[in-house]
Structures are given as structure tokens and as C-alpha cells.
Design a binder for this molecule. Structure first.
Ligand code: EPU
Length: 301
């Protein structure tokens, strides 16, 4: 979608930068997706005004975080992509509290805190993506989830059109799911983390990295696990047991390393990946009677 010159001029007054015709193959870890205009916001505080402007100009939009858990449609996209401002480092520590921008890199946050002797997040070290994305879906790995550490979230509330702060106790964090509304935008978080020596945290990080390297296709383009695990089960094991590792539609392929990772083997389209997802879901349903739920977020036309 192309932003009109009039809207672009108004956005520039708010400090935002517009980039035309950006390919989402460059912006997503799957390397899949069509093209659209992008808006790089300058300051969190301008978001309510930017949102009002886009609504008045009838410009559909989506916020893109790290792009590591989305499958974006092919072709010219009928919405513009918004990016939160990025500060360097976008995080600070005070006692056992870490204050982190949603646009910060999740792994970067884990190491930043570790160097200041704050731990508890070791399992999240290899989870790709932004802090905002991790908050929205309560990212987790190796027994760690971000949710239990959250004390406050500053967010743009779509329902009120304002920036608000929620206490951790007002937010529900479930397995790969939270109580935020789909259109809410995470802006900043306050985490409370346990004190731990850098050395001890590093040892934990090393163990998680080794486990991840041993089981996941880290050098291929993917969005992490495609399906959530069903209660008490493992989607990866079920798909593997059906002999589907290496199964492909075009260049979309079930990883031969971890069967719940679907990789872009070369130049996969969104439509290839969607067909593969539907096919694998059907096969698991027929054989195991389990309806797998997507973990990856679909942004279709
Ligand atoms: N397994 C197989 N074949 C496979 C994959 C897994 O037999 O192809 C077996 C493993 O041998 C193991 C069991 O299934 O006995 C579970 O596998 P794994 O330890 O890899 O964990 P997972 O349940 O597949 C979950 C998360 C990962 C997270 C790891 C480690 C989900 C959907 N996946 O994977 O998160 O990194 O545990 O904690 O919850 C993600 O969410 O994108 C993700 C990668």
C-alpha cells in the first residue's frame, strides 16, 4: 500500500520517516512476504496522534516487531507497516528492576541484564525477536517465560486511543498467549529480575544455547515453532512420528531437524507455506485426532 503524499507530509511533521515499497522478505525471519510502505516512528509519545492520523486518512496498518513469528501475505500488501522507535540501548537497570523498550532485542536484553547481575531469563537467550513481541505472546523456552517477571507494561491501548500503564497483575500471561487486545501496542516494560552472578547466568545461557543448537534449525529461515504444543503433547514429535520431516510444498519445508519448524528452503511464497501448514495440520488431525493451533501469526490479505 502506498501512503499518500499528504499523509506522508503529516507523518513527517510528527518526526516519522516513510519508506516506500519495502519487501517483507527483508523484514521477516521467514524471508516471506510482499511489499508495502513503512513508517518509522520517532517517539513513543507521538503514537496516539499517528494512529488518529492513519484512521482519518483510512490507512490500514500493522506494527512489526522483530518479524520473527509472522507469516506475511505475498504481493502488494493492503496495509502499511509501522515500526516503533529504536533507542540505543533502550534499556536501563535500577536495583532488581529492568526498564526496557518494546523495540529492544530480546536476546540483547537478556545479556544487558546478565552483565548487571540480573538473571532469571537465561532460557530466553536464543529466542529471536523484540521485547514487545515476546511480551505480546508471552515468549518462553527452557522453563522460562517472560510473563512472571513483568511488573508494569506501558502500552498504546487501542480501545482508548491513549498510552496507558498496566500493572503486571492486571495482565494474564498464559502459554504463548496474553490478555492484551490484538490492536494494543506494547511500548515499554518494567521487569523484576532475581540477582545472580554474571558467571552463573552465563553458565545457564550456555546450556540453553547448546540444547537449542542440538535440536533446532538455527541456520535456516523460519518463524520458530509453527504450531503451539497441544496440552501435554509435543507438536514436533507428532509431526516427526508421521514421517513428515523434509515434506515440502514448493520451497516451504518441514525442517529435517525439528518437525515443528517449517523453513523457507529457498524462495518460498506465503501461499506455499500456508498450504504446507494446512496439509500438516490435516494429517495430524486424521492420524492423532488433535487439531494443532498456529503459534505463527498469519497476516493475510
Ligand atoms: N521431538 C521429536 N521430533 C522433532 C522435534 C521434537 O521427536 O522433530 C521430541 C523431542 O525429542 C522431545 C520433545 O519432542 O522429546 C519436545 O521437543 P523440544 O524439547 O524441542 O521442545 P518442543 O516442545 O518441540 C518447545 C517450544 C520451543 C522451545 C523449546 C525448548 C513450543 C511450540 N515450542 O519446543 O519454542 O524453544 O520447547 O523449551 O512451545 C517457539 O515457540 O517458537 C519455540 C521454538
Amino acid at each position: 500500500m502506498r501512503i499518500s503524499d499528504k499523509a506522508a507530509a503529516r507523518l513527517a511533521e510528527l518526526g516519522a520517516e516513510v519508506r516506500h515499497g519495502v519487501s517483507m522478505t527483508e523484514q521477516t525471519s521467514l524471508g516471506i512476504g510482499g511489499t508495502t510502505d513503512e513508517v518509522l516512528l520517532a517517539r513513543y509519545e507521538t503514537i496516539p496522534e499517528v494512529m488518529r492520523l492513519l484512521a482519518n486518512e483510512h490507512v490500514p496498518h500493522k506494527f512489526l516487531g522483530g518479524g520473527t513469528n509472522v507469516l506475511v501475505a505475498d504481493g502488494e500488501l493492503p496495509w502499511v507497516m509501522l515500526h516503533l522507535p529504536k533507542a540505543n540501548p533502550g534499556m536501563r537497570v535500577e536495583g532488581n528492576a529492568a526498564y526496557v523498550d518494546a523495540s529492544a532485542d530480546l536476546g540483547g536484553m537478556v545479556t544487558f541484564c546478565a552483565k548487571r547481575d540480573l538473571g532469571g531469563m537465561e532460557g530466553l537467550i536464543g529466542v529471536p525477536g523484540s521485547v514487545g513481541g515476546a511480551l505480546r505472546m508471552n515468549a518462553g523456552a527452557y522453563g522460562t517465560q517472560i510473563g512472571p517477571h513483568v511488573r508494569e507494561v506501558e502500552l498504546y491501548r487501542a480501545a482508548t486511543g491513549e498510552i496507558e500503564t498496566l500493572r503486571g497483575s492486571e495482565i494474564r500471561f498464559d502459554y504463548r498467549h496474553t490478555s492484551f487486545a490484538p490492536e494494543d501496542v506494547m511500548l515499554r516494560v518494567k521487569l523484576e529480575l532475581p540477582s545472580k552472578s554474571f558467571k552463573e547466568i552465563l553458565a545457564g545461557i550456555k546450556i540453553c544455547n547448546e540444547k537449542r543448537r542440538a535440536s533446532q534449525p538455527l541456520n535456516q529461515k523460519s518463524a520458530g515453532c509453527i504450531f503451539k504444543n497441544p496440552a501435554g503433547g509435543s507438536a514436533g514429535r507428532m509431526i516427526d512420528e508421521l514421517g513428515l520431516k523434509g515434506h515440502r510444498v514448493g520451497d516451504a519445508m518441514v525442517s529435517d531437524r525439528h518437525a515443528n519448524f517449517f523453513v523457507n528452503a529457498d524462495n518460498a511464497s506465503c501461499s506455499d507455506m500456508l498450504k504446507l501448514i494446512d496439509d500438516v495440520r490435516d494429517r495430524v488431525h486424521k492420524s492423532c485426532g488433535v487439531e494443532l493451533e498456529n503459534e505463527v501469526i498469519l497476516w493475510r490479505n
